[in-house]
Design a protein around this ligand. Structure first.
Ligand code: V0D
Length: 253
């Protein structure tokens, strides 16, 4: 059964012709190029971040329309604290701004909002917005819209190592019996499937401390477009390429 393109407020009315077979379950996105997009237009960097939110909306709708189950957006890394205080303060206001505009539609679309990252260090008003969004969408069963926020993968792995080492030191676990799944259960992404497809925009060809363990088998797709310019057609292009790369020609999984 082929599902037809559902019209949405944003995006083209043309059928994007995404085959419903072999749609990635989990797509992760490194949303790069907001500052460069702004600079190119003679605007302050924060204008780029603001424009980036529109792309978050477009890609969420696009992912939902083709049956992606989870979409992780890398919104703020543990390294981003090194940016100018003024820029950090502005970024921390974006979750509540985004949710004030979009939460109602996300609820109507049955989307589950989640967060992957450390709560410590985030301002109370940012956490309050996230908690509210998670609570209001907890019983939804559609797309998981997961924001990686105050996230960094080396620290995540190190914390998991410590947790497992503690169990071993307390004699609850023999080192030889530690498995991949036991270890993965200690990561911030415990319970989430690994990403099948990772998209990075703005021409950068690096992982930048994002999901190092989880992307062991992930397909990577890079776009030269700045994130604020990234549209649903770009997203669908990445999906088609993913489907082409991983087509199984009738073989079993
Ligand atoms: C700036 C481009 C949405 C990337 C997109 C705190 C950098 C716009 C959110 C958001 C950011 C986060 C959680 C949530 C709802 C929305 C967001 C940040 C930055 C960092 F529940 N966009 N966005 N968060 N940018």
């Amino acid at each position: 059964m082929v599902r037809l393109w559902k019209k949405s407020k944003i995006g083209s009315d043309k059928a994007p012709a995404i085959e419903q077979e072999n749609v990635p379950e989990h797509v992760a996105v490194i949303m790069d190029g907001n500052g460069r997009w702004a600079k190119q237009r003679g605007l302050p960097r924060i204008a780029g971040h603001h424009a980036g939110m529109k792309a978050v909306k477009r890609v969420t709708i696009a992912a939902d329309s083709i049956g992606v189950k989870a979409l992780t957006m890398y919104a703020f890394s543990t390294e981003n604290w090194n940016r100018p205080q003024e820029e950090v303060d502005y970024l921390m206001k974006l979750p509540s701004e985004f949710l004030a505009i979009e939460l109602q539609e996300l609820i109507e679309k049955n989307v589950q909002v989640r967060m992957t990252g450390w709560r410590e260090g985030l301002p109370g008003h940012t956490l309050a917005a996230l908690d509210q969004a998670e609570a209001d969408t907890r019983h939804n069963t559609g797309l998981i819209l997961n924001f990686a926020l105050n996230y960094g993968s080396r620290r995540e792995i190190l914390e998991a190592v410590k947790a497992v080492a503690r169990e071993a030191a307390e004699g609850q676990l023999s080192p030889d019996s530690i498995t991949e799944s036991h270890f993965a259960g200690k990561l911030l992404t415990a319970g989430m499937p690994d990403p099948d497809l990772l998209i990075r925009t703005s021409g950068e060809l690096r992982l930048s401390n994002f999901m190092l363990w989880q992307s062991a088998y992930t397909e990577f797709w890079f776009s030269n477009r700045y994130w604020p310019e990234f549209g649903d057609e770009d997203f669908f292009e990445a999906i088609r390429e993913y489907q082409h790369r991983t087509r199984r020609y009738g073989r079993l999984k």
